[in-house]
Every structure is written in C-alpha cells, then in structure tokens.
Design a protein around this ligand. Structure first.
Ligand code: MN
Length: 199
C-alpha cells in the first residue's frame, strides 16, 4: 500500500509568534505529526503482513484502531497547518462568510460556538468546523483524540488542535487563552478554498 508522508509546514516555525511559539510548532510538526504518519504506515505494514498470513493470529481490531487514530491525526494536522498563517485572523470573506452567516447567523455567533466547542473537548482532541455534504451546511464538531465523535462523512475546513502538546509549553493549562489566541492566526483564505473544494 502507498505510504503516508509528512507535509512541510507552509511557513517558518516562528511564523505564528507571539500566538504560538516556535518551540511548540517545531515539536508539534516534527515530532507529534511525524509520529502519526509513522503510526499510520506501521498499521499499513501490519495489514500487508496480515493478508499474507490469511489473518492467522493477527489482531486486526487493534490494527484498524491504530490506523484510524493515526490516520485521523495525520489528516487533521495536515488541515491544521495551512489553516494558520502569519498575519492571519480578522474575519472571513467571500463565499465562506456568506455560508457562515447562513448557517450560524453571524460570524460572531460562529466564533463563539467554535470556541466553546474547542474549549470543552474532554481530554485531548480538536474543535472542528466541517462541511456536512448530507445537508450541505456547516457544522461545528468536537473530536476526542483524533477520531472519536466526528461525523464519518464530514469534511474538516477549520480545525483547532486542543491536545496539550499544542499549547502547554506556552499556555500551561490555560486552554481557553490558547483557543482565544488561535483566532489571530486563522488563514481564512485557506478555509474558504477548502469550502469551495468540498462543494
Ligand atoms: Mn497535535
């Protein structure tokens, strides 16, 4: 099977300072994201081996669980990096702004809902803005870990990593301040582009 690869950060490690430190970005991308890429590839290797052995003595349940966790981690981090940029923040424009107004009433209402969801994730996880192709609308979701609670069919557009590894070195246990700071680095052009692609 084809292997997953770690994408480069689309900016320098210190690009998001002072909101997200260089140290966090370096460890987060080079160590944590890489671990999910490697974990997904290890699961693929085990599935290859399982096929060759007709699944004799193979813990396929554990392998599929590992694949789900690590692949979801890889996907969400791959969305997360370009969701942010130096000099980001402000408000969305274009079709994204129209869709947010249609589905949430206003940008302020959306921002409050997304922030509340991200801050309230139990344990490690993510706050998500997704496109729901079933009803053709935007939704907020939480993900616990990387892969629990989310809609199977939803397309992540804007994601906020609220694992402690995303903020602890700078914000300690104050996840709320980190989520509030996140809005200063959001790359709305990227989110708008993902919405257009999803439709
Ligand atoms: Mn992370």
């Amino acid at each position: 099977m084809k292997k997953y690869t770690l994408p480069d950060l689309p900016y320098k490690y210190d690009a998001l300072e002072p909101y997200i430190s260089k140290e966090i970005m370096t460890l987060h991308h080079d160590k944590h994201h890489l671990a999910y890429v490697n974990g997904a590839n290890t699961a693929l290797d085990k599935l290859d081996a399982g096929r060759k052995n007709n699944w004799q003595g193979v813990d396929i349940k554990g392998i599929e669980r590992d694949l789900s966790f690590n692949l979801a981690g890889h996907v969400l981090h791959s969305v997360f990096w370009p969701n942010m940029k130096q000099g980001g923040g402000g408000k969305p424009g274009g079709k994204l702004a129209d869709q947010i107004n249609e589905d949430f009433g206003s940008f302020e209402a959306f921002k409050a809902q997304f922030s509340a969801a991200a801050k309230a994730v139990e344990g490690s996880g993510w706050g998500l803005l997704v496109w729901d192709p079933v009803n053709e609308q935007l939704l907020t979701l939480q993900a616990e870990k990387h892969n629990l609670l989310s809609g199977q069919n939803s397309v992540p557009l804007l994601v906020c990593d609220v694992w402690e590894h995303a903020y602890y070195l700078q914000y300690k246990n104050d996840r709320g301040s980190y989520v509030d700071a996140f809005w200063n680095v959001v790359n709305w052009e990227n989110v708008d582009e993902l919405l257009s692609n999803s439709k």
